[in-house]
Design a protein around this ligand. Structure first.
Ligand code: ADP
Length: 645
């Protein structure tokens, strides 16, 4: 349908989605089977509740014909289908009590079954929703890192929230309504046909008409709603963008220009909305006309049947009570029929959502653990890269023939311009990706032969994005080392030069951080993540631009804590500020994914190559740089823009 087509644009899971055949059936067989009881209770209660709902109008009809006889009408016997005649009292008074009793039972029993119905459906859908959400999340965590690029993160959030909610809505409301509607239409149709099939033909002919009408209505309005949603999005982005840039707007004197732009998007929203509204407001009046035609015809022909013998092909007699039953029942299903299109629509959306969910679940993992993998045991911590070649996709090689080895406890610094492949080299060590050619070994064990958890347990990672989870400072330090006690957390914080500032926070180590809590500065967050690494006490350490974005004083504090952290551990370090890696045992200079120089700081300075020039730039010796160096920098800069970075 229109809306889902719009939402599915740019869908990274498209391929898998197409493969996920019969997603609704899979949903029921894989997830529904655990909740059979709830489903059966829901279905049975729906049926009984509906049947009980139909009783009062039928009884009213019988009562009109037999108890409250019209003047001059012949005396009739009180009979009820399916109820033995001996149960029915002989006097009219008794029959009245009997009728009232059944009606009361229909109401109270109906209430109980309504409860059962809601319990059943809700329990069924909530359990499925919960399991689908947790399974999807589990799977998502194991996806390749490629999926966590910006666009896909949004897409995955939308699968985890929107799609799962849409399933819930269908399972809860859609299926429930579909069932109710089905039972009701069939139940009413049976009673009407039983009572008087000729008149029933007239009353029921309206049902498919209403169904078709609402279906087409939904089909027309869906794309309009999609337009409304997309224009709301445009208005919001524009407003957000302008609020963020308010200083630029004021200083550039562009208020009226921006007002016009906002006017433009708002007008777009108005138009889209009005288009949808003008369609929507025609729906109920049209439905009223359709059902009115049915009602008038039923009333007219039914009336003629009561008075005489009907008209044309509709010749039959009808008792006034039956007529009342007819009118009451025919009114019962007109309005619920208006939901019919909505149910089809919910079904289609739920189907699209479950395809997306199963698409994600079926996504194959690029990193596959060898079932016979051993635990990694680190003794010295010697790391060897041998002829490593790698590309994120087949078309482009990012790392080419990279070889180096780091002795246990040494520090290797990776240096090079942005995009040279430094982070990629480290991601390979964490086995976020597998090498295409060559091998990486730790103390002689190939990364592909050891279990992933044992590998990652031995590696501490401190990066420039120091992410804080919702929770307290202490929890953030102990993240991943959950068994650590308070003393060791404090020890780690002290070693990371973080203890002093943490003590000054409103609740010390119990201060909430993250979006909902205290906002820490970049340097403070970084020291917390260093403390986290110290507490984890890994054999191998990765520092990914760990001291970018901080002022010189903070950098000094961080550097002190890092020196403590890197002692006696094999360390890989990436730093733009070369002063921080000057003392590394080995410096490897990468350019375009290849090693162009290697050595110690003094050796590389003496070589007067790329490293020496980068060092020169940072020392402020720009005027003394050779032209060729500047040209290469300009070339790289231009390439970066082309690549959209
Ligand atoms: P550095 O750390 O030296 O700045 P990176 O290792 O981050 O370099 O990136 C090297 C190259 O790999 C860049 O051209 C970058 O665009 C590309 N790249 C990095 N991550 C990905 C990814 N997840 N998918 C595709 N290409 C990537």
């Amino acid at each position: 349908m229109g809306a889902s087509a719009v939402e599915d644009e740019d869908d990274p899971f498209e391929e898998q989605r197409e493969k996920a055949e019969n997603p609704m059936r899979r949903l029921f067989t894989e997830y529904g089977s655990d909740n059979k009881l709830a489903f059966v209770v829901g279905v049975l209660s729906s049926i009984v509740a509906r049947v009980l709902d139909l009783l009062p109008p039928i009884l009213l009809g019988v009562a009109v014909d037999t108890i409250f006889e019209l003047q001059g009408a012949p005396d009739r016997q009180y009979t009820l289908q399916l109820i033995p005649q001996t149960w029915i009292p002989g006097t009219e008074r008794g029959q009245l009590f009997f009728t009232v009793g059944i009606i009361a039972f229909a109401f109270f029993g109906g209430a109980a079954f309504h409860y059962g119905r809601n319990w059943g459906w809700n329990s069924f859908s909530q359990h499925i929703q919960h399991r689908v959400r947790t399974d999807t999340y589990d799977k998502m965590q194991r996806l390749n890192m490629d999926f966590f690029a910006d666009k896909q993160t949004g897409e995955m959030m939308s699968i985890l929230s929107n799609d799962v909610n849409r399933l819930e809505r269908f399972l809860n409301d859609g299926m429930n309504s579909a069932f109710r509607l089905g039972v009701m239409v069939i139940g009413i149709a049976v009673v009407l046909v039983w009572t008087n099939w000729q008149l029933a033909t007239i009353t029921l002919v309206i049902v498919p008409l209403i169904a078709v009408f609402t279906y087409y209505f939904i089909k027309t309005i869906q794309p309009k709603y999609a337009d409304v949603r997309s224009s709301v999005g445009k208005v919001n982005s524009r407003l957000e963008n302008n609020l963020g840039g308010i200083q630029v707007i004021k200083t550039s004197n562009t208020e009226s220009f921006e007002s016009d732009r906002v006017d433009g998007v708002s007008q777009g929203y108005f138009d889209a909305n009005w288009d949808a509204i003008s369609t929507r407001i025609k729906f109920f009046p049209s439905l009223r006309v359709l059902s009115g035609v049915g009602f008038v015809l039923t009333f007219f022909i039914g009336g003629l049947m009561v008075l005489g013998n009907g008209i044309g092909p509709f010749t039959s007699t009808l008792r006034p009570g039956e007529f009342v039953t007819f009118i009451l029942l025919s009114q019962r299903f007109i309005w619920p029929m208006a939901q019919f299109g909505q149910i089809i629509n919910m079904y289609q959306r739920a189907r699209a959502s479950s395809s997306r969910i199963f698409g994600l679940m079926d996504e194959p993992s690029r990193i596959v653990e060898d079932p016979e993998a051993d635990e990694l045991t680190v003794s010295d911590g010697e790391i060897v890269y041998e002829d490593v070649t790698f590309g994120y996709d087949e078309s482009e090689t990012i790392i080419e023939d990279v070889s180096f080895d780091v002795d246990g406890g040494d520090t290797l610094a990776l240096v090079g311009p942005t995009g040279a492949g430094k982070s990629t080299v480290l991601k390979l060590l964490l086995r976020m990706y597998d090498v295409n050619e060559g091998s990486i070994t730790i103390d002689g064990q190939d990364l592909r032969d050891v279990t992933i958890p044992s590998l990652r347990r031995q590696i501490g990672y401190v990066s420039q994005d120091t992410f804080m989870f919702y929770g307290t400072v202490a929890e953030n330090i102990a993240y991943g080392s959950f068994e650590a006690d308070r003393e060791s957390v404090i020890e780690a914080a002290k070693a990371a030069e973080a203890h002093d500032f943490i003590r000054n926070l409103p609740d010390g180590y119990d201060t909430e951080v993250g979006e909902r809590g205290v906002k820490l500065s970049g340097g403070q967050r970084q020291r917390i993540s260093i403390a986290r690494a110290i507490l984890k006490d890994p054999e191998i350490l990765i520092l990914d631009e760990a001291t970018s974005d901080v002022d010189t004083e903070t950098e000094m504090l961080i550097q002190r804590s890092l020196d403590r952290l890197t002692q006696d551990r094999t360390t890989f370090s990436i730093a733009h500020r070369l002063s921080t890696i000057k003392d590394a045992d080995q410096i490897v200079v990468l350019e375009g994914g290849q090693i162009v120089e290697r050595g110690t700081h003094d050796g590389l300075i003496a070589e007067d190559g790329l490293y020496a020039h980068l060092w020169g730039v940072q020392a402020g010796e720009i005027d003394e740089l050779p032209d060729e160096f500047i040209e290469r920098a300009q070339q790289r800069d231009a390439n970066r823009i082309e690549a959209g970075e």
